[in-house]
Write a protein that binds this ligand. Structure first.
Ligand code: SF4
Ligand code: SF4
Length: 378
């Protein structure tokens, strides 16, 4: 088996240099020569929510635009798609595309924004989590899927890059249902790896020009990392990119699982980036519930985990009562109080942070229990 290659090149701004870097990656990876003209490429971007690109929540439209142009020059037909963390319908997707400037990304090109929200069930008998799940037909029917992710931290999964981005191929609110069924981090990580393996993107790109640190994937802080990453292997790509921004692999359930399945292996890195110049990302506040050292006895570990469960905290003076958190909560434990503000049944919370992820107004913080502070030393 040939060695996987990971490409990481400096790119400081969302300007003309994006095209030069993307072209270099497509060229040096050999992808340019492998795509068959006339076929359909679906760009699976990260459109977690309708947010202006300046917040670094979503894949930047300049990356998408330049990629479309390069692919069209190769004779490809391009579709841009994602299923954000809300209801999947035309009105909602129009607002998301608009806010994330995907309309601008396709402007002047022949590419289309996806409005086919149909899906079908796929079978994955060997899965140890969910053997059947729905995926968008647009993703399943494309000749090629190119994964165009964003470099961010993630409240539940610690890090989100290439592998986690493909979870968005699960339609709309069905995603919340999977969160509920697989509320334990390692199981959820395994499920995400299943989805990534099933979709098997022909290539993965990570937009790391501006990434997000801290309480990602939507409530963190923008970091200028100045790098575009690419690889045929989303697993090797994530292993490299997360390490480069200082996030340990043992904290990332998708990478732990990918490593166990032998999906990462050895890989070569072709780069002009000096690791010493890359700022380490601040981790999310929710980190480390289940990542205690092996020397802690099992029973004590269980007790500690129970008492250091991270939970969301609703900040009512920032809340606009939009109910998005109520709609997304997989455990169905959020309701609105008599004043219209969200409240929830704390004991039933599965700490998935879907509510935190979808809140457009940063009105949900992550509460760190005292025991967790003592244990993590942070
Ligand atoms: S907490 Fe956020 S998502 Fe929930 S109702 Fe308030 S503003 Fe909307
Ligand atoms: S309250 Fe928030 S963190 Fe808790 S289960 Fe619901 S969505 Fe997940």
């Amino acid at each position: 088996m040939s060695l996987n290659s990971v490409f990481a090149f400096k790119c400081q701004e969302y300007d003309d240099s994006v095209r030069i870097v993307l072209e270099r990656i497509l060229d040096e990876s050999g992808l340019k020569r492998e795509l068959i003209p006339g076929k359909t490429v679906l760009l699976k971007v990260n459109l977690l929510m309708g947010k202006d690109p300046k917040y670094a929540v979503t894949t930047n439209p300049v990356i998408v635009h330049e990629l479309i142009l390069l692919l069209e020059e190769l004779g490809m037909k391009v579709i841009v798609a994602d299923s954000p963390g809300g209801p999947l319908n035309e009105a909602y997707m129009r607002s998301v595309y608009n806010a994330c400037k995907m309309n601008e990304a396709v402007e002047g090109t022949g590419a289309e924004l996806n409005y086919d929200f149909s899906s079908r069930e796929v079978n994955l008998e060997r899965s140890s989590t969910l053997k059947k799940f729905e995926l968008l037909n647009a993703v399943l029917d494309a000749d090629y899927v190119i994964n165009v992710a964003k470099l961010k931290t993630h409240g539940m999964m610690t890090y989100t890059g290439a592998v986690k981005n493909l979870y968005g191929a699960i339609p709309g609110l069905i995603k919340a249902n999977h969160h509920f069924k697989l509320s334990e981090k390692s199981l959820f990580g395994s499920h995400i790896v299943d989805i990534c393996e099933y979709i098997n993107p022909v290539f993965s790109i990570i937009d790391g020009i501006e990434g997000m640190e801290g309480n990602g994937p939507s409530g963190g802080d923008v970091v200028k990392t100045g790098i575009i990453f690419g690889s045929k292997s989303p697993f090797a790509l994530d292993a490299y990119a997360s390490n480069l921004v200082g996030i340990e692999e043992k904290l990332i359930p998708t990478l732990i699982n990918s490593r166990l399945r032998g999906l990462i292996g050895d890989y070569e890195v072709i780069t002009d980036v000096d690791k010493d110049e890359v700022k380490a990302y601040k981790l999310p506040d929710s980190i480390d519930i289940s990542f205690m050292p092996n020397w802690v006895p099992g029973l004590i570990k269980k007790l500690i985990i129970k008492n250091m469960k991270y939970r969301p905290v609703f900040i009512h003076n920032k809340c606009v009562k939009c109910k998005k958190c109520e709609d997304i909560c997989p455990a169905k434990i959020i309701t609105m109080n008599t004043s219209g503000y969200p409240i929830y049944e704390t004991e039933k919370c599965i700490s998935c942070f879907c509510c935190h992820e979808v809140c457009p107004y940063r009105a949900i913080a992550i509460k760190k229990p005292l025991l967790a502070k003592m244990f993590s030393g942070r």
